[in-house]
Ligand binder design. Sequence first.
Ligand code: ADP
Ligand code: MG
Length: 603
Amino acid sequence: MTDRRRPGSLRLLVHVLRHLQPYRAAFGVAVVQVIALAVLELCKPWPLKVVIDYALPRQSAPFPWLADWTPAQLLMLATVALVAIYGMGGALSVFNNFTTISIGQGMVNDLRSRLYQHLQRLSLSFHSRAAVGDLIYRVTADTFAIQTLAMNGIFPVLSAAVLLGGMFVVMLQLNTLLTAVALAVCPLLLLAILLLNRRITELAHEARERESAVYQLVQRGMSAIKVVQAFSKEEDEHRAFVAQSAASLRSSLNLYTLQTLFGAGTNLVLACGTAAVLWIGTQAVWRNTLTVGDMIVFVSYLGSLYAPINSIVQTYGTVQGAKAGLARVVEVLEEAETVPDGHAVLATPVRGEVRFERVAFSYSADRQTLHDIDLEALPGEVIAIVGPTGAGKSTLVSLIPRFYDPGRGRILIDGVDLRSLKLTSLRQHISMVLQPPMVFPITLAENIAYGRARSTRQEIEHAARLAQAHEFIVRLPAGYETIVGEHGATLSEGERQRLTIARALLRNTPILILDEPTSSVDTATEAAIMEAVEEVMRGRTTFVIAHRLSTVRRATQIVVLRDGTIVEHGTFDDLMRQQGGFFHQLYVRQFAPQEEREVRSRA
Ligand SMILES: Nc1ncnc2c1ncn2[C@@H]1O[C@H](COP(=O)(O)OP(=O)(O)O)[C@@H](O)[C@H]1O
Ligand SMILES: [Mg+2]
């Protein structure tokens, strides 16, 4: 994922705007609030000017609407106005904060749920490339970036624009030269931003990646904790963690240092601006071309003007960091679903005829995993797939529920190309027992009913009995209500397999896929399960990857797969006739001794 081009600013903006869309009313309110706040900010120095220029020297104000006021009345007006301006400003900023933060949180929530939903739908080929820890960081932490972008990116700019415009107009009325001096600072600040832009962006990106790498490390370490402990690698793992964590902190430190350096530099520029205004302003006062009150308005405006510019500069780094975060979210959101959903639905009742037509498949460009697979399974047939490890057996069956799409050729169910089908319609007719057997940290009953939520307890128990799981379940302290993974109720591999078999049997679908369903149970249990499964297989099209002779022998067709190619194909008797063939050799090496054992154990 990281090798792909990162989304540019424009595309990020589109995403921000799209997510802002539902909140446009609240956003409008926030904009009005920000403008009102800026206007109040403009009013702040005026009471002081009135006091200094008119009340203090006991002069009448030159404004027509204040001409009749006595100095005492002017003083009264100024003090009341001062309190009112600050009071209203305070109240307004509370409301404004509330509005902007609720918009931001709403946006984060929407973005998160969209991202999570998208992740659930992304194909297995995406997930086999992605690191879980990295994805967790993207969903939980990176999504906050959209709030930062919308709030710290838009409002300081808006506020600064209104303030800047208002001040420019007011200051021009007072003194042209001083206005020019005060505003000369703006281009300097802009230059600084442009110069440091790239470096801060790079650092912000790096900090995010490093932080996410720490997540990945923890996730990987925790999910393999057994191996770590078994090989006494705790120290090594810890060292790797400390190194990664330190690297992450180092790049954060670099980022913060650069940001504060930037802040300090801009403050210096601002101080120079204020000094220049004081220098030129005082001389103007001496020459009587400017009143003291006007100079106070200037200095005070500089303070208020610099605050939003300064905050843009300060949050500049934050916004860059947020852009990096949002880019990481957008990258996943724009990851196309490589298995695009179709529209057709299968006509019910589904017969379960499956046909592979010259199917080729590869996980990556450099190696072909399946070549020219032709296969036809009539409804109710049992297709056994045998072959050495890595031959492509699991890959072959994973094409049926469309975990992946073939690179060439096509697969049809009841004559319909899988690619044209709605995924949910396709998968609802297929039950699978996959490798490794996955169970969730929920109760055993819920685990069995995972693929068919509205099952009665009787149905669940019936499926569990067929899968030889009932016995061990009722021995557990809470029986079917035992929660997997809690209070020592961790299951053995064989028990997990039986649970997933029960889950598949409960679904009762016309197509059944069993990928080495009994590789981890003992021979006797295996025989019992397979007998039950064969019972269930009747009338269903079943693909079974198996090592057991009894299963293979009873199959309608046996497919021998080797290096992704079907090398032999036929009934048991067909294949046994090919003396020296792959299956015959396999029989001699593997099945015959097995059979002997079974015969002996039955005797
Ligand atoms: N998700 C994957 N990404 C890339 N290569 C894979 C993936 N899964 C399996 N392979 C490769 O494809 C080949 C066939 O694997 P698989 O179908 O699991 O074989 P089998 O089930 O017969 O043991 C192997 O070489 C394996 O390394
Ligand atoms: Mg396999």
